[in-house]
Design a binder for this molecule. Structure first.
Ligand code: N7H
Length: 482
C-alpha cells in the first residue's frame, strides 16, 4: 500500500492542527482593487502564509520543551487567508464550478439561516453586515501587541487594495482559565485524529486511533485531494470528496461563527435549576456539556469531577457512548454527545462522515465582579474546517444539535421511547423558542427519576457568521492571483 503523504507545506496552518494562538485577529475585508490585491498577495503575502508544516514543527518544539520542563515558548506568529464565495468569484471564474452548496449559498443566506434556526441577519453585528465580505485574514501570535504589529504591517502592504469591513481580536483566557471557554469548561479536548498525520499512540493494539479513544479519520474529510471516509465502514478508506477544480487541492472550507455567551445569565440559570432539581450546579452544568470543567468526561466519571483525568490526554477521550444505553452517565442531549455521538447510532461509519476540525478562540473580557447581566460582549469565535460544510458543520448544527429527536431509537429501561431534546449549549429552536433536554438529573448508578430541563433562552447567541475557503499556498501564489 502506498504510504499516505499529506502535502503539509501546501496546506494552510490553521486547518489541521490549528495555528498556535494566544491572540488571534480576525480581519474581514472587501477587495477594492482586484489587480493590486492579486499582485500583493502573489508577491508578498503568499510567502508569509504559515503552513501546516510550520505548525506541526512548532508543536514538536512545544512538546519537547514541555517534556524537558523548559516552560512554554510560544512566540510564534501566524498568518492565514481565506475567501468567501464573493471573494473567490472576484479572483477566478467560479461559474460552472460545483463548489459545496452551503458555501455557494453563504452563511447569511435566508435558506441557511432558516435551515439552522439562526437568528435573522438583521440582529447580527451591524458592522459585520455593513458591506460585502470577500475574505478573512487570521493573524495569530503570543500577545496582543505583536498581533497588532503584524496586522498593521499586513494592512500597510495591502494599502488601498482592500477595505477592512470588520475586525475583532480573540484571546485565550488568563491564568488558570487558559484553554477554557467562557462558561469555564476546558476546550479543545477532542479532535478527530488524521490519518497520515496523527501517530497512533498504541500502533499494535489500536492502529485506528491516535491518542486512546481518538478515532483516526481519512484526511479528505478536512482537506481536498485525499481519500475520505468510507460511506459504509468507520475505518476503511473511502473515495476522495469531489473536487470542483484542481486548484482546490490542499484547500479546506472554513465556517466562522461569532457566538456570544451570556455567562452571568448561564450561571444564574444553572444555579436556579440545580436548586429546583435538588442537585449541585457543577453536576447540572456538566450534564449539559458531557464533561466537567476540567475536561473529564461524564462517561468515565459521572458523579464528580476528576481534574487528573480531565488533563490527561491519554485518558480523557477514551470512552464510547454505546455502553451507556440509558443515559445514566451522560445525557443523550449533552453537547459532546450530540456533536459527536461516537458509537451511539445505527452506523458509526455515518457518524464519522460528520466530523469537523475545530480551531476557535474565546473573545471578550472576563466577567467583571458584580456583572450580574452581561455588560460586555464575550464568547467564542467559533471556527471549523471540513471539505463539505453541508455534510459536516451544517449537519451537526442542524440535524444533531437542533433536532430534539436525535439520537433516535432510544428507550428507557421501562421500554418507553425517549426524546433526548436539544443540545442545551448550541442547539437552536425555531424562532429562538424554548428548548428542552431530557434527564438533567443523573440516574447513576441506578434510579428512574424522570426530569426535564427547560432552557427558555439562548445562552449562546449567533451574532455574525460567514463561510470561507482556505486555499492551498500554491493556489494563492498561482491560479487565484495571476
Ligand atoms: Fe463545542 N462548551 O464549552 O460548552 N464544545 N462548543 N461546538 N464541540 C466541546 O472536546 C462549546 C460548538 C463540538 O469529539 C467541548 O474540546 C461552546 C459548535 C464538537 O467529543 C466544550 C460553544 C459546534 C466537539 C464545548 C461551542 C461544536 C465539541 C468539550 C459555543 C458545531 C467535540 C471539550 C459558544 C456545530 C466532541 C472538547 C467530541 C466539544 C463548548 C460551539 C461542536 C466544553 C461554549 C457551534 C464536535
Amino acid at each position: 500500500m502506498k504510504p499516505l503523504v499529506l502535502d503539509l507545506d501546501d496546506i494552510q496552518g490553521d486547518v489541521l492542527e490549528g495555528l498556535q494562538k494566544n491572540v488571534e485577529n480576525f480581519l474581514f475585508f472587501k477587495v477594492v482593487n482586484k489587480i493590486y490585491f492579486k499582485d500583493i498577495v502573489r508577491r508578498y503575502i503568499s510567502g508569509q502564509i504559515t503552513s501546516a508544516r510550520q505548525v506541526n514543527d512548532r508543536q514538536t518544539t512545544i512538546e519537547q520543551r514541555k517534556k524537558f520542563g523548559q516552560g512554554r515558548s510560544d512566540r510564534f506568529q501566524g498568518v492565514n487567508l481565506g475567501f468567501s464565495k464573493e471573494g473567490l468569484t472576484q479572483l477566478v471564474a467560479t461559474g460552472g464550478l460545483k463548489l459545496d452548496p452551503a458555501f455557494e449559498r453563504g452563511a447569511d443566506h435566508q435558506g441557511t439561516i432558516e435551515a439552522l434556526n439562526d437568528p435573522p441577519r438583521s440582529v447580527w453585528l451591524k458592522k459585520f453586515i455593513a458591506d460585502r465580505i470577500d475574505g478573512v485574514f487570521l493573524i495569530t501570535g503570543p500577545d496582543q501587541s505583536s498581533v497588532m504589529f503584524h496586522s498593521n504591517e499586513l494592512l500597510r502592504l495591502l494599502g488601498a487594495s482592500i477595505k477592512v469591513v470588520y475586525s475583532e481580536i480573540g484571546n485565550v483566557r488568563p491564568g488558570a482559565e487558559r484553554g477554557h471557554e467562557h462558561f469555564g469548561f476546558l476546550d479543545g479536548v477532542s479532535q478527530p485524529g488524521i490519518r497520515g498525520l496523527t501517530r497512533p499512540s498504541k500502533p499494535i493494539s489500536r492502529p485506528d486511533q491516535g491518542l486512546p479513544g481518538q478515532d483516526l479519520v481519512w484526511p479528505g474529510e478536512f482537506v481536498f485531494g485525499y481519500s475520505g471516509q468510507h460511506p459504509e465502514h468507520p475505518t476503511k478508506e473511502g473515495p476522495p470528496p469531489p473536487m470542483a477544480a484542481p486548484w482546490l487541492r490542499n484547500g479546506s472550507y472554513m465556517v466562522f461563527r461569532r457566538l456570544e455567551q451570556k455567562v452571568p445569565e448561564f450561571r444564574k440559570f444553572v444555579a436556579e435549576q440545580a436548586a429546583r432539581l435538588g442537585m449541585d450546579r457543577e453536576t447540572l452544568a456538566a450534564r449539559m456539556i458531557g464533561r466537567w470543567k476540567s475536561g473529564a468526561p461524564l462517561e468515565l466519571t459521572p458523579l464528580r469531577d476528576d481534574p487528573g483525568l480531565g488533563g490527561d490526554e491519554k485518558r480523557n477521550n477514551d470512552f464510547e457512548f454505546g455502553d451507556d444505553p440509558s443515559q445514566r452517565k451522560c445525557p443523550y442531549a449533552a453537547h459532546i454527545r450530540k456533536a459527536y455521538p461516537r458509537d451511539d447510532t445505527a452506523s458509526e461509519a455515518e457518524v464519522q462522515r460528520h466530523r469537523i476540525m475545530r480551531a476557535g478562540i474565546p473573545f471578550g473580557p472576563e466577567v467583571a465582579p458584580g456583572e450580574m447581566t452581561t455588560r460586555h460582549s464575550r464568547g467564542l469565535m467559533f471556527v471549523c474546517y471540513e471539505t463539505s460544510i453541508q455534510r459536516q458543520f451544517e449537519f451537526i448544527q442542524g440535524r444533531y444539535a437542533n433536532n430534539p429527536e436525535f439520537v433516535t431509537g432510544k428507550r428507557r429501561p421501562s421500554g418507553e421511547m425517549v426524546t433526548p431534546g436539544f443540545d442545551p449549549i448550541i442547539g437552536q429552536a425555531l424562532g429562538s423558542g424554548a428548548r428542552q433536554m431530557d434527564e438533567p438529573y443523573p440516574n447513576d448508578p441506578g434510579g428512574s427519576r424522570r426530569t426535564t430541563l427547560v432552557v427558555p433562552e439562548q445562552f449562546v447567541k449567533l451574532t455574525a457568521a460567514a463561510y470561507f475557503f482556505m486555499p492551498s499556498v500554491s493556489a494563492l501564489r498561482t491560479v487565484l492571483t495571476s
